[in-house]
Write a protein that binds this ligand. Structure first.
Ligand SMILES: Cc1cc2nc3c(=O)[nH]c(=O)nc-3n(C[C@H](O)[C@H](O)[C@H](O)COP(=O)(O)O)c2cc1C
Length: 318
C-alpha cells in the first residue's frame, strides 16, 4: 500500500500509536472509523489464538463499516510487531500477519527484513520505529518503507533527540513515509509535525484516556491529573529508558528519586517490589498535560481535527 493510498483514506494525518496493555480491537476500529490509522501491539493479544481472532474481528468490523457507508473514510489499520529474537511468538505472529494482511506493520527493535518480505508479498507497508539516526539508516537498509521517529519526551521507550533535529536530519537522506512521535496531543501539533516534514503525527499518551482504552480508571485519572513534571525517564523498569508517571511509582511504594540504575529485568530483585512495569508503573509521555478529560476515540479525533483545521486556517495553509 502506497503512502498516497493511505492518505486518501484518512481524515487527519494521525496514527494512533500501539501501546502495550492499552491498545485493543475497539480502539483500533474506533480510530479507523474516525479516519486515523489505528494500531495495536501483537503481544497485547495474550496468545496467538487471541491474536488470530482480534485480527479477524478488526477486518470484519472495518469491512462492515465500509459497506454501511461507502462515502465514509475508513482509515487502514496496523499492527506492531517486535522484530527481534526475544519475541517468543515471532514465527506464529508473522504467519498471522500473512494470513490477515494488516495494511500497515510497525516493527520495533531488531532487523525488520523478515517482516518486510512477508508484508511486501501481500502489498502492505512496513514502518520501523526508531529512536536515533543510526537505527533509522539501518531500518531503511533492511528494506523498511518508512520510519517512525520516536523523539524525546514520548510515552514508552522514547529517544532523547529533539524532534526538530531528528526530523531535519532524517529528511536530509530519506524522502519516504515518516511519522513523528512524542508529546503530540493537539491538532496544532499535528500540523506542526507536518510543517517539520512528517507525513503523520504518531499519538500515544493522548489516547490512553479514552473510553475504549485498556487502561484502568485510576491510570486514566492519573493521565488527566498529570503534567510534564510528573514524568520520569528511567531504564529502571524495563532495562531500556522509558517515560513513566511518577505518581504510579510512588503508589507502588517506590522512591522515584532512588530507583535502581539500569535494573531492568532485575528490578524486582533489587527493589523488593512486586510492582510490574506497564501494569502498575504506568507509561506516559511529557505531553500528558495536554490531556484533560476522558472521551471516546471518535471524540478525541474530532477535537484534534477541529484544532488542526483551525490552525491551518489561521496560518492560511491549504
Ligand atoms: C503506555 C505505553 C505503552 C507503549 N507500548 C508500546 C509498544 O508496545 N510498542 C511500541 O512500539 N510502542 C509503544 N509505546 C510507544 C508508542 O507507540 C508511541 O511511540 C508513543 O506513545 C508516542 O509518544 P506520546 O505518548 O508522547 O504520544 C507505548 C507508549 C505508552 C505511553
Amino acid at each position: 500500500m502506497q503512502l498516497t493510498d493511505i492518505k486518501k483514506r484518512m481524515e487527519l494525518p494521525v496514527i494512533m500509536a500501539p501501546m502495550f496493555l492499552i491498545s485493543n480491537p475497539d480502539m483500533v476500529v474506533g480510530a479507523c472509523e474516525a479516519g486515523i490509522v489505528g494500531t495495536f501491539p501483537a503481544l497485547n493479544a495474550r496468545t496467538k489464538d487471541v491474536l488470530d481472532s482480534w485480527m479477524a474481528e478488526i477486518n470484519e468490523r472495518l469491512q462492515e463499516s465500509k459497506e454501511a457507508d461507502s462515502t465514509d473514510k475508513i482509515a487502514p489499520w496496523g499492527i506492531n510487531f517486535i522484530s527481534h529474537s526475544s519475541n517468543k511468538r515471532f514465527h506464529e505472529d508473522l504467519q498471522l500477519i500473512e494470513k490477515h494482511q494488516p495494511p500497515i506493520v510497525i516493527t520495533s527493535l531488531g532487523d525488520p527484513s523478515p517482516v518486510v518480505e512477508a508484508v511486501h508479498n501481500y502489498g502492505g507497508l512496513v514502518l520501523s520505529d526508531v529512536t536515533d539516526i543510526k537505527f533509522a539508516k539501518k531500518a531503511l537498509e533492511k528494506g523498511s518503507d518508512g520510519l517512525i521517529l520516536v523523539a524525546a519526551g514520548a510515552g514508552g521507550h522514547a529517544g532523547v533527540l529533539n524532534p526538530f533535529a531528528f526530523m531535519d536530519e532524517v529528511r536530509s537522506f530519506f524522502d519516504g513515509p515518516v511519522a513523528l512521535a512524542g508529546t503530540i496531543t493537539k491538532g496544532e501539533q499535528v500540523l506542526a509535525a507536518e510543517l517539520l516534514g512528517a507525513d503523520f503525527a504518531y499519538v500515544g499518551t493522548h489516547f490512553i484516556a479514552t473510553k475504549e482504552s485498556g487502561a484502568s480508571a485510576a491510570y486514566q485519572e492519573s493521565i488527566i491529573q498529570s503534567a510534564a513534571a510528573d514524568i520520569i525517564y528511567t531504564p529502571a523498569f524495563s532495562g531500556i529508558p522509558a517515560n513513566y508517571l511518577i505518581p504510579s511509582i510512588v503508589k507502588a511504594g517506590l522512591d522515584p528519586e532512588n530507583l535502581p540504575e539500569k535494573a531492568g529485568l532485575d528490578f524486582k530483585k533489587l527493589s523488593n517490589s512486586s510492582a510490574k512495569a506497564w501494569k502498575d508503573i504506568w507509561g506516559a509521555g511529557q505531553g500528558v498535560g495536554g490531556t484533560r478529560k476522558t472521551q471516546t476515540v471518535q471524540e478525541a479525533v474530532t477535537e484534534l481535527k477541529t484544532a488542526y483545521n483551525q490552525a491551518k486556517n489561521i496560518h492560511q495553509l491549504t
